[in-house]
Design a protein around this ligand. Structure first.
Ligand code: SAH
Ligand code: SF4
Ligand code: F3S
Length: 501
């Protein structure tokens, strides 16, 4: 049986899809890269902005005929939009068989089985978690628990990297944001589960883990009389043999405590890279967003972070055109970006989300045209900064974890029918190991590096010297060292030595 799955949204969703695929493989499913020959089609959805939802509803629209022609095809909508829209999805797309919220994904295999067993006499299935007011805190929490330990290495972006969820949900309730209502209450997973999962990943050959939480640095777990913070967790994860890099996203500015900064500074495996979204440079806007800090507090956090961790790369998110944002308020955001020198920033036009406090309290009154202009202006400024800062790396040697073919190389390969998707689906022949191609990887501080290499190098750490840079990418060459009269490829991984020898 063949499964097609399409995933939008954040890393939480990528991880969820990995877990759903793992559970369906146990039922005999294989992945396919084409929806048309799939027996089951799943969409793992996002509700953070309207655009993300529109994309899914139009993809569903395109399946209407396919379902008429092949009524046996199972079509499912999973994730945040399933939790938010629930039965509305059946109304808008009556041929959908299955709606499952992010807290109920462990039920997908049984639900799909049931739908298939019903054959012609079809009933739609829906499993969602409790709403934020639909029970006691404990009941709501339980209804959002997920099923992390099931892993499927072939679904990961690369087998050498994996996400590990350390927190579920969010309690911050920023006024623009739908996440707390679709992902449920903030819950920290027990350290022993996180450590066991990470050890298992290391055993499977995983070298880099990225810890996930909506406010990952708010992590708190009470274990008897000990309270675990993120810094404690990092220290324990650091001990795991095989894990060589540890990252974590996303940080909440107010919870950037000194114990965490010290852990990032002192633990060599922890990336000196921190994503700490500020959202706006105006106190009035931050207050309307209910972010819980002022611009001054953010500045203090940023300079403390840079004092404690020399060379740290900090990145941010921004929302432009939030309710009532004036030109002056926007200019304050420009000023903050100018002075903060973020490694990069993700910039979003405000998208009103029904059901949030923002939608209830404020009018979405900044015209789209103005949002677009502000978005472009802020992006141009950030790009200028990113490019200038990237130029500082010219001539430097950096250690890169090689992730795979670069986008350009992947496109070329697609033409030759070795698409990475079908590779993941196990549909293509094994790659030619000797092939020279453009590869991409990341430095310890999360900078993307593109260089020419060899498929064997994928999954290895390589020394790369940088010769060119733009705002988003560093370009480099694999370092070869002269030792004495002979040229020895000293630092290259074993696979490559074998090949050159
Ligand atoms: N928990 C993380 C990420 C939340 S969603 C955090 O707190 O930073 C990722 C980003 O999407 C947010 O940082 C914000 O910049 C953006 N975002 C969230 N809701 C939005 C909305 N309604 N409109 C536009 N952008 C939004
Ligand atoms: Fe949304 Fe704010 Fe929670 Fe982030 S911290 S998920 S922006 S409510
Ligand atoms: Fe979207 Fe849900 Fe992530 S709303 S951003 S997929 S938590």
């Amino acid at each position: 049986m063949k499964l097609y799955i399409e995933t939008v949204g954040c890393q939480m969703n990528e991880l969820d899809s990995e877990l759903v695929v793992a559970s369906l493989r146990k039922d005999g499913y294989e992945l396919t890269a084409s929806a048309s020959d799939a027996d089951t089609i799943l969409f793992n959805t996002c509700s953070v902005r309207q655009h993300a939802e529109d994309k899914i509803y139009s993809a569903l629209g395109r399946l209407k005929n396919a379902k008429r022609e092949q009524p046996g095809k199972v079509i499912g909508v999973l994730g945040c939009m399933a939790q938010k829209d629930q039965a509305l999805i059946f109304k808008r797309a009556p041929y959908v068989d299955l709606v499952v919220g992010p807290g109920q994904l462990h039920q997908v295999p049984a639900l799909v089985r049931e739908i298939r067993a019903q054959g012609g006499s079809r009933t739609q299935q829906m499993e969602v978690s409790l709403g934020r007011k639909d029970g006691s805190r404990a009941q709501i929490e339980r209804s959002h628990e997920s099923f992390d330990p099931l892993r499927d290495p072939s679904m990961r972006p690369t087998p050498y990297q994996a996400y590990v969820r350390i927190m579920i949900g969010c309690d911050k309730f920023c006024t623009y944001c739908i996440v707390p209502s679709v992902r449920g209450p903030e819950q920290s997973r027990p350290p022993r589960d996180i450590l066991a999962e990470s050890r298992q990943l290391a055993g499977e050959g995983c070298k880099e883990i990225t810890l996930l939480g909506q406010t990952v640095n708010s992590y708190r777990y009470r274990d008897g009389d000990r309270t675990w913070r993120l810094s404690d967790l990092l220290e324990s994860l650091h001990e795991i043999e095989g894990i060589e890099r540890i990252k974590f996203v996303t940080n909440y500015p107010k919870d950037m405590t000194n114990d965490l900064l010290a852990a990032v500074r002192d633990l060599p495996k922890v990336s000196k890279y921190l994503h700490v979204p500020v959202q706006s440079g105006s106190n009035a806007v931050l207050q309307r967003m209910k972010r819980g800090y002022t611009v001054e507090e953010y500045r203090e956090m940023l300079s403390r972070t840079r004092d404690w961790i020399p060379g740290v790369a900090v990145t941010s998110d921004f929302i432009v055109g939030f309710c009532g944002e004036t030109d002056d308020e926007f200019q304050m955001t420009m000023d903050l970006v100018r002075e903060s020198r973020f490694k990069n920033s993700f910039i979003f036009k405000y998208s009103e989300r029904p059901g949030t406090k923002g939608a209830e309290l404020f009018a979405d009154d900044v015209p789209d045209e103005v949002k677009r202009r502000r978005n472009n202006e802020l992006l141009a400024l950030q790009n200028e900064i990113s490019e200038a800062d990237n130029h500082a790396f010219l001539g430097q040697e950096m250690t890169v974890l090689v992730e795979g073919p670069s986008k350009a190389a992947e496109k070329k390969a697609m033409g030759e029918d070795v698409a990475s998707n079908s590779e993941r689906a196990g549909a293509s022949p094994p790659p030619a190991f000797s092939e020279q191609l453009q590869l991409t990887g990341r430095t310890h501080c999360d900078r993307i590096v593109v260089f020419t290499g060899n498929r064997r190098q994928i999954g290895h750490f390589l020394p790369i010297v940088i010769y060119d840079a733009n705002a988003h990418t560093l370009f480099g060459e694999v370092v070869t060292r002269h030792t004495g009269p002979e040229l020895v490829k000293l630092t290259l991984p074993i696979g490559l030595e074998a090949q050159s020898g």
